[in-house]
Design a protein around this ligand. Sequence first.
Ligand code: AMP
Length: 520
Amino acid sequence: MKSYNPFWKEHEKDIIIHNDKMNIIESCIDRHAEKTPNKLALSFEDHKIKTYTYKQLQEETNKFANLLNAQGIKPSSRIFIFLPKIPEMYFSILGTIKQGSIALPLFEAFQEQGLELRLERGDANVLITNSELAKRIPKDINKKVPTLKHIIIIDEDEYKNKLKKQSTEFKTVLKNKLDTAVIIFTSSTAGTPVAGIEIPHQALIQQHYTAKLVLDLKPEDNYWCTAHPGWVTGTIYGILAPLSIGCSTYILESHFDAKNWIEFMKKNKISVIYTAPTVFRLFKSIIKSDDLKLVRNVCSVGEALNKSVYDFYKKLGIDINDTFWQTETGAMVIATWNGVKKKPGTLGKAIPGITAKIIDNTISLKPDFPSLMIGIYNHKQMFKDYFKSGWFRTNDSATLDKDGYFFFVGRKDDIIKTSGERVSPLEIENILQKHSSVKEAAVIGIPDELKGAIIKAFIILNDCIEPTEKLKNELSMFVKQNYAGHAYPKEIEFVPSLPKTNSGKIIRMKLREMEEKNKK
Ligand code: AMP
């Protein structure tokens, strides 16, 4: 998509563009560092609290960008950032983009094989991590990923000393509007388990606009987005969009704990929250209306927001706004926002500037908006396959009513959403198949009251292997330890055969239908 429609042209004025050149960091940091240098930009909490004003964030980001240059890392490199939600994760993403390179944030739960696959598929040039997560880097990574020339371990003295010497001044490198700023590696079922979705600099026009319209973010807000930057929501609406607005973003590095999370919200006077329905469901048992009295706007993303959850919060005085989008769209495309009439149980309406309709039962978008992906790294055909008869197909089934509200039905493909996190069954099946007991494996998501879906694996064992409970646990742990801590099968069933097409492809749809029948 070479140009976007006139609606978005009008909104270019909200971010910094020099004719056709830009770098999103000028809008996210530099302009605020000049106008409101002492305003809180990011506040991090793990066991202690660290805060950074816009000026300090600019200095930290500049030091990181200078360090990349000092290491001889050329602009346009692909820089993977594999860290928890600590300040260095944010400085690395922002500094990478500022230096003219491409940031590829990774979720910290990936284990050796999940990490390796992404580094290899993304032709990684640089990997930024810490000494704990570095233990998951395969020993022979240089052979497996020959493009990988630099591994930077942020908690080693060598790195810290080099960083200290860097200047806090850096001249932002301007890029073309359509150059890639970020690649998010997300799950796919179209022939490859992972796909690097390329999001361009110009996407910030739509990210900024939707942060204003839907999140209703204003510079005076204290904002909390619970997603890790390895997921698209965590990078786009957890870092870039709120910074471009100039508000204060609060980041909590901790596993889910309803009591702690509610405390965090109250203590920091959070006024706008963006999170997934799983979190709303997990809060339900203890949250009270008093806990939410400072919260002005609550938005939901990533999985279906059931009407019962919506109604529960409505009674507490919170009218949740649902938002629908995907890594591939780069920003929200359908939502409800304050001022638009809500129809509970729907995703909402197409946001202004977006033309959406249902084609072949799926949500389809006119590809004339600025945040749409500009490619899938090394997968030209797969990218083309998203577009049919001039429309971008989301692969999400839905219906549309006469007032323009979309009702979500489900994914058309086999992608699993568990706690709002996107998982490819292919990737888990590939790992399971590496276990010596497994002959064949098929993976699906099954409905779960709290997490939306949990992962279930159907396994044909090799001859002479006993189908025991102990083996089920061993297989679950095998995936957890080798692939990812967030995406291992919670349920396993040993089966004598799997439903297949004539050409031998597993029909996961059949397994989902069987599962539904059994539950009834
Ligand atoms: P991701 O690329 O990880 O953001 O996942 C995108 C997918 O999450 C979409 O294609 C949908 O299947 C699902 N999704 C996103 N937002 C919603 C929502 N509000 N309601 C239901 N499903 C959603």
